[in-house]
Design a protein around this ligand. Structure first.
Ligand code: URA
Length: 431
């Protein structure tokens, strides 16, 4: 059945529900170039303003999956488990988590992306390790998965090409922030990736897509339902992104912190979230692990998997990581408690220091970023260093310092509005 793009745009503009045939046609025709970018951007804006119901979102997701290949790991001798984070500042959890879950008995095939804007991308972080290669063929991906138990690599162009095209369009048309479009975008890639189970880490707060718990819950429920409909055992955690995660923000700095976690140390919030997500992944994969993830961080087995995973992709796990040549410190303006450290302000500052990119073709500075010396709730003395800013050129400091103005507050007491690290767990309806 064929339609015209205009009638579909008008149907959604007038708050109608799109039929299965309309959805299948428009996604396919857009991917083939028959529906023009300006028409798809009008439709994306109509969806952002008027929404889609559960049936439409599920069919939109399946239509995007059908535009590309679907990977299949069901021939492997162990269950597969994956995690997806909606993105945050200092969120390096994939790095220790993938080898940790592999050490506890699952295969972890993870396709990741590069960062755009103030949140960093997992591939940018791993690329700060000399020699490490993000692009693998499907056969190479399988080899790394078999030998190391976990593989983190770039999603090829073959998975959900409709989403690749549509996401780039949304990015330049103010249509990213639509729950149906975000949910279908993320889940089309994750379902096409072929994982048997999936744990979603939906971030909430200033440094996240979702600024409040209500929106994050709606996104999480939508994605969990999409996973369940597609036969992927899916759960979601809502977790705090009102302040940065851990003490390191920036590519090589975050790799260093991840290695600390894999060595049995590291900041308590990163360790807590890594262990919690690992337990959720093992449960979703149906694995009664012989070893608790907290023990696998202490006994070196997760570290062994990390080293195998990095080496298998050409990286040197013992190499010295790049460092930025210049640094400057911010000190506490008064004595008291660090009541607030805003994730968005820190993320923008790290981005301006060179850790992130403004356009997808820009390079990142591997050494740039921020080291935090205090976290919200810590007692600080006037003049004590709160954070160190790292950059390749001193010229970057002024704009980064500007981003941090008002982004940290020293007060007499902690801020009671600070979110708990894990806010809630969302399971499929009826589970
Ligand atoms: N990440 C995605 O992959 N898609 C979105 O729409 C938003 C975040």
């Amino acid at each position: 059945m064929t339609f015209t793009a205009v009638e579909i745009i008008i149907a959604k503009r007038d708050r109608g529900a799109l039929s299965t045939a309309q959805i299948d046609w428009v996604i396919d025709a857009y991917t083939r170039g028959e529906v023009a970018d300006e028409q798809m951007s009008a439709l994306a804006m109509a969806i952002l303003l008027n929404g889609m119901d559960r049936r439409e979102i599920a069919e939109w997701t399946q239509a995007m999956i059908r535009t590309g290949e679907r990977m299949d790991w069901s021939h492997l001798d162990r269950p597969t488990a994956d995690k997806h984070s909606t993105g945050g500042v200092g969120d390096k959890i994939t790095l220790p988590l993938a080898p940790l879950v592999a050490a506890c008995g699952a295969y972890v095939p993870q396709l990741s992306g590069r960062g755009l804007g103030h949140t960093g991308g997992t591939l940018d972080k791993l690329e700060s390790i000399p020699g490490w290669r993000a692009s693998l063929s499907n056969d190479e991906m399988l080899d790394v998965l078999r030998s190391a138990g976990a593989v983190v690599c770039a999603a090829g162009t073959g998975l959900a090409p409709a989403d690749k095209k549509l996401y780039a369009l949304r990015d330049v048309t103010g249509t990213v922030e639509s729950i149906p479009l975000i949910a279908s975008s993320i889940m089309s890639k994750k379902i096409a990736e072929g994982t048997g189970s999936l744990v979603l880490d939906v971030k909430v707060g200033s440094g996240a897509f979702m600024k409040n718990v209500g929106d994050a819950r709606e996104l999480a429920e939508t994605m969990v339902a999409l996973g369940a409909d597609a036969g992927v055992r899916t759960v979601a955690l809502l977790t705090a992104m009102d302040r940065p995660l851990g003490r390191a923000i920036g590519n090589a700095l975050e790799v260093e912190e991840s290695v600390e976690v894999l060595s049995g140390g590291g900041p308590s919030d990163v360790v807590e979230l890594t262990v919690r997500l690992a337990r959720e992944m093992l449960e979703a994969a149906g694995i009664a692990a012989a070893k608790d993830p907290a023990d696998a961080l202490k006994d070196g087995s997760a570290m062994d998997r990390w080293r195998a995973m990095i080496s298998a992709q050409g990286g040197d796990p013992d190499a010295t990581l790049p460092r930025a040549g210049e640094s400057t410190e911010i000190t506490a303006p008064a004595s008291g408690v660090l009541a607030r450290l805003d994730a968005l302000a820190v993320g923008i500052a790290a981005w301006r220091l060179g850790a992130g990119r403004a356009r997808k073709e820009d390079p990142v500075s591997f050494g740039a970023g921020i080291t935090l010396h205090a976290k919200p709730g810590d007692i600080v003395r006037q003049g004590q260093p709160l954070m160190t800013l790292h950059a390749d050129e001193t010229a970057r400091f002024d704009r980064a310092l500007e981003a941090l103005e008002g982004g940290y507050v020293v007060a007499e007491a902690s801020d009671p509005a600070l979110l708990p690290l894990v806010i809630d767990k969302i399971t499929p309806a009826g589970a």
